[in-house]
Ligand binder design. Structure first.
Ligand SMILES: CC(C)(COP(=O)(O)OP(=O)(O)OC[C@H]1O[C@@H](n2cnc3c(N)ncnc32)[C@H](O)[C@@H]1OP(=O)(O)O)[C@@H](O)C(=O)NCCC(=O)NCCS
Length: 143
């Protein structure tokens, strides 16, 4: 049986280890530390979820909003539990919380070469924002 739970700060080391073993996520060494994910969860309590099977993390996603738009990061399900509806359930839990918070639109990023994730989101009715390019700027020196 799969147990779905809110993603708490205590889960950070375990979830990061889980994410690091999944191909296609594009974790960032600066943004994806226990401290950085913990800070995100503090700012966005109750929007992120994990799935456990027999106590082991088998799925997770990070979700939050800025008061205007929602954002989802790092949705992943362990390979031996895919196509069981876990990803879709994690997404639905997060999107329901966003809706309850009055957020009407949610964005997520997919790495350019991750065609399986593109097909997945297309299958679930997400639209690719092909009119956009993603930009970022480093605000402090990387370690
Ligand atoms: C993408 C991912 C999260 C999907 O998780 P999952 O639990 O296997 O997906 P679900 O079981 O919820 O699938 C829901 C539906 O999507 C379909 N689906 C699953 N993977 C799909 C894919 N790669 N392409 C198209 N459809 C897919 C399922 O068949 C199911 O369809 P149905 O509802 O019509 O029966 C998982 O494959 C994964 O972790 N991939 C690696 C990490 C990754 O790339 N994450 C995306 C980061 S941007």
């Amino acid at each position: 049986m799969i147990a779905y739970q809110e993603f708490s700060k205590a889960d950070c080391p375990e979830v990061l280890a889980f994410w690091r073993a999944i191909a296609g996520l594009g974790l960032n060494p600066q943004d994806d530390t226990p401290a950085a994910i913990g800070a995100f969860l503090d700012r966005n309590p109750g929007f992120s979820f994990i799935a456990r099977r027999d106590g082991r993390v088998v799925g997770a996603l990070l979700c939050g909003h800025d008061g205007r738009r929602g954002a989802i990061y790092h949705l992943a399900v362990v390979a031996d539990c895919r196509k069981m509806g876990i990803g879709q359930t994690l997404l639905q839990l997060a999107l329901d919380r966003l809706k309850e918070a009055g957020i009407q639109r949610c964005r997520l990023l997919v790495l350019k070469g991750n065609d399986a994730a593109k097909a997945y989101y297309h299958h679930l009715g997400w639209k690719a924002d092909t009119f956009l390019n993603a930009y970022s700027k480093q605000l402090s020196p990387a370690d």
